[in-house]
Design a protein around this ligand. Structure first.
Ligand code: G3H
Ligand code: 13P
Ligand code: NA
Ligand code: ZN
Length: 328
């Protein structure tokens, strides 16, 4: 059944686990997530970006998710708008049946330019007012995702700020977080601690100077009743990078957020963990391998099934590692 993000994360907080929030764009990804959740008895957060709604079409996306809930009536499911760039986008998502929306006011409506604190406060407060009136939860964001190594938002694939960010902008300030939460009423808060979107997060295995997991505890202490969200939380599995390269792919050396660091984040108060890239890497690796190994095959379902299985494996591992398994 559909539930709000607030309901789902209140349970996670009570039982000290984290919930992976997986991005969805198509049928195979939805299948993979729901099957893994069923196998591990985990609560589900399906999140769709503006790009996903453009790719699948709003009605298709909505009906695929309705089908998932119908197939798995006893699993709690949140349908969440990822990175809403304006109040209008959030209203559209609410009308479309989403049970949770992210108002990302850390960036201007172009989703590229860092926004002022006052702008962020104003748009997020407005969305909270509208969404809460109809029982929909709201995630806000304070701070800009970006690499503490390079000062870049880390965007090869066009999500996030453009250009160079200051060190301060890339680390959420606990004092400001307290003010932001008090003045907006957000249910969940995305924080900046050195992660960034996409496959190119770190040029080496991250250590404390470039991935500020300890900052989470300080933010959690400042806003104990608001659920913290870690974006850019793909682990970028070296196995899948190797499979992609083995079958003709060209990906540079890169490192993600180790699962062990995410577990530390959860211990410090993170409740929602956003993952998109790992599913993309696993599906791409599985499809490249399937096409290379079965060169006379022309039924696309074979490669898509391999992709779904690979994605399901990622989902299962994250549900288990984050302590989510068994809580549905
Ligand atoms: O936050 C970004 C997600 O990975 C979604 O990316 O805009 O390419 O769908 P997208
Ligand atoms: P990744 O690119 O690390 O998977 O992050 C996804 C995300 O934060 C979606 O909002
Ligand atoms: Na989000
Ligand atoms: Zn994100």
């Amino acid at each position: 059944a559909f539930v709000s993000l607030r309901q789902l994360l209140d349970h996670a907080a009570e039982h000290a686990y984290g919930v992976p929030a997986f991005n969805i764009n198509n049928l195979e990804q939805i299948h993979a997530i729901m099957e893994a959740a069923e196998e591990t008895r985990s609560p589900v957060i399906l999140q769709a970006s503006a790009g996903a709604r453009k790719y699948a079409g709003e009605a298709y996306l909505r009906h695929m998710v309705l089908a998932a809930v119908e197939q798995h009536p006893d699993l709690p499911v949140v349908l969440h708008q990822d990175h809403g760039a304006s109040p209008a986008v959030c209203v559209q998502a609410i009308r479309s049946g989403f049970t949770s929306v992210m108002m990302d006011g850390s960036l201007r409506e172009d989703a590229k330019t860092p926004a002022s604190y006052d702008y962020n406060l104003e748009v997020t407060r407005r969305v909270c007012e509208m969404a809460h009136a109809v029982g929909v939860s709201v995630e806000g964001e304070l701070g800009c995702l970006g690499s503490l190594e390079t000062g870049q938002a880390g965007e090869e694939d066009g999500v996030g700020a453009e250009g160079t960010l200051s060190h301060d902008m890339m680390l959420t300030d606990p004092v400001q977080a307290r003010d932001f939460v008090a003045r907006t009423g957000v249910d969940a808060l995305a924080i900046a601690i050195g992660t960034s979107h996409g496959a190119y997060k770190f040029t080496r295995e991250p250590t404390g100077d470039i991935l500020a997991i300890d900052r989470i505890a300080e933010i959690h202490a400042a806003v104990p009743d608001t659920h913290l969200v870690m974006h850019g939380s793909s682990s970028v599995p070296q196995e899948w990078l190797a499979i992609i390269r083995e079958h003709g792919g060209d990906l540079k050396e890169t490192y993600g957020v180790p699962v062990e660091e995410i577990r530390r984040g959860i211990a410090h108060g993170v409740r929602k963990v956003n993952i998109d890239t790992d599913i993309r890497l696993a599906m791409t690796g599985a499809m490249r391998r399937a096409f290379a190994q079965e060169r006379s095959e022309f039924d696309p379902r074979k490669a898509l099934l391999a992709a779904k299985k690979a994605a399901r494996g990622i989902c299962r591992e994250r549900f288990e590692a984050f302590g989510c398994a068994g809580h549905a």
